[in-house]
Design a protein around this ligand. Sequence first.
Ligand SMILES: [Fe+2]
Ligand SMILES: [Fe+2]
Length: 266
Amino acid sequence: MHTYRAHPEISVLGDCLEVPGLGFLAVNAFVIHAAQPVVVDTGLGLPDRDFLASLAALIDPPDVRWIWLTHPDRDHTGGLFALLDAAPHARVVTTFAGAGIMSAERPLPMDRIYLLNPGQSLDAGDRLLTGFRPPLFDNSATVGVLDTSTGVCLSSDCFGAPLPTAALATAENAAEVSPEELRAAQLLWATIDSPWVHGVDPAKFAASFGPLRDFGPSAVLSTHLPPVTGDSTTLFATLLDAPSAFPFTGPDQAALEAMLRQFQPA
Ligand SMILES: [Fe+2]
Ligand SMILES: [Fe+2]
């Protein structure tokens, strides 16, 4: 896992996952170095990953006070329980739905939960972190973070994009991807991660960008894209086209068998 600062007060733990036929998807987690340090998401849980060891290069794990789980999908919960063990004062920021989803596999201890809905804020000692519902999401428990001190937005799955190489997926700035390629990849991801977007009222969908647009982020940190710094106008404009993007259909069994035949000896 590659670690770096996307902002003087925010570290990235950058990882990626190959998605056959689509490319490489960034899987980022973050540390907001607030007075009460906040870890945002906890990466992949694959056997060869050690989230806690990677995190320890950035912060002493017992110092972590909050684990903000943007949503309980498995690419966000990999290091969650190891971190809860290592950080005895940390509580998991999630929603009622998020805690409920976790309870189907491994319940979160009730005394370690802090329930926060979009529009509510967490006091991290030297700043308020405000929850918001990103315009696109694949899990009803999703709550992104608006850091009122740095102006940085942590957008969960929203704005993600599969990229052609692992090097690009783990790049330290999305500006390394050409604007045309980034737009196409973000629209593809939007249709994969949020297929419901094809059924929305475009005006209501546009209005859902309001809280984020009003915040005017200085940077957007997605779990599934290298950091975007500076003006977000292009980011918003791209996703506003998602309702009319070509719907994604994954490979079916016939396609899988055709692919497997290519690997059989003649
Ligand atoms: Fe997700
Ligand atoms: Fe995700």
